[in-house]
Write a protein that binds this ligand. Structure first.
Ligand SMILES: Nc1ncnc2c1ncn2[C@@H]1O[C@H](COP(=O)(O)OP(=O)(O)OP(=O)(O)O)[C@@H](O)[C@H]1O
Ligand SMILES: [Mg+2]
Length: 273
């Protein structure tokens, strides 16, 4: 009986999610690299619908096309064949300027390589995406500072990137990707170089963003992290091999501190003041 009572909301939640609007639709998507004899399809015919609020884990062997797919989804590579609709608009053919605007407003990208700017401090790196939001410099720094504290990096705000450990660098890069509250988060092995404590901090933050209705697409080699996801996709040779809906085990366990809502509200309040 207890099982019935506790599982019911989750079933209703899953049913409701299938009715949510699609945020990303791919139709026979292909991405080719090279020409002539060197021609190679890194993505070789992917049909995929991703709905708002899904947390998708993408797995698959090295070289199967995971990063290439994230780059296409993040509008970093638009030389594609097939269709890519983002919020029901075809985006592959938009000008690079319009694509850049969509990227800065809606998409947070956590790269496999960190891409921090070496001549800027940690806090300046994190505040960078907020420039496009038209916020004052003080508000930008306050918001960046708040997210750095969330990631336990408050004491490193004025360090330069080369003064950080690998794991700290990765956490700064993640803080930068999330600082402007993007509705779609693309993460390429976000915990790849982190120890289990640092991984936990990152996964809790992603999980919290998921709970608040954001769409998350995360590439990982770690099967344990798929427990955070609502859907697991495996890729092979540029194609989708399996696509499975999963109950989000972590979403109702005691590991889920409500890390976000209060802190996020506080962060916004601080940024405004
Ligand atoms: N710029 C490029 N030019 C030519 N080939 C490329 C380019 N980028 C990727 N590829 C090729 O496309 C394929 C897919 O690469 P991709 O980086 O997407 O793999 P991946 O699944 O992310 O692997 P990993 O798990 O090692 O990160 C590989 O065979 C790779 O060599
Ligand atoms: Mg990759």
């Amino acid at each position: 009986m207890r099982l019935y009572v506790t599982r019911q909301p989750r079933i209703i939640e899953q049913m409701a999610k299938t009715n949510l609007p699609p945020v990303i639709v791919l139709k026979d998507l292909k991405k080719r690299f090279g020409i002539g004899d060197a021609e190679h399809y890194a993505i070789d015919g992917i049909d995929l619908t991703i709905r708002r609020g899904e947390f998708i884990a993408i797995m698959g062997p090295s070289g199967c096309g995971k990063t290439t797919l994230l780059n296409v989804l993040g509008l970093l590579d638009s030389k594609i064949e097939g269709e890519y609709e983002l919020e029901e608009k075809s985006v592959a053919t938009l000008s690079s300027r319009r694509q850049a605007r969509i990227r800065s407003q809606q998409i947070g990208f956590i790269f496999q390589s960190f891409n921090l700017i070496n001549r800027l401090t940690v806090i300046e790196n994190v505040a960078l995406p907020l420039i496009y939001k038209g916020m004052t410099q003080l508000a930008r720094i306050k918001q960046a500072s708040a997210i750095l504290h969330n990631f336990h990096l408050g004491e490193r705000e004025y360090y330069m990137p080369h003064q950080l450990s690998g794991g700290q660098t990765q956490r700064v890069a993640i803080a930068r990707a999330l600082v402007n509250n993007p509705s779609i988060i693309l993460a390429d092995e976000p915990t790849g170089n982190l120890d289990s404590y640092a991984s936990h901090i990152i996964m809790e933050e992603l999980s919290d963003l998921h709970k608040r209705g954001n769409t998350i697409i995360m590439v990982t080699h770690n099967p344990r992290l798929t427990t955070y996801a609502s859907r697991v996709i495996t890729m092979l040779d540029g194609k989708i091999a399996t696509d499975t809906q999963t109950p989000t085990k972590k979403s109702d366990g005691d590991a889920k501190r409500p890390l976000g809502k209060k802190k996020r509200a506080k962060r916004k309040k601080e940024a405004k003041s």
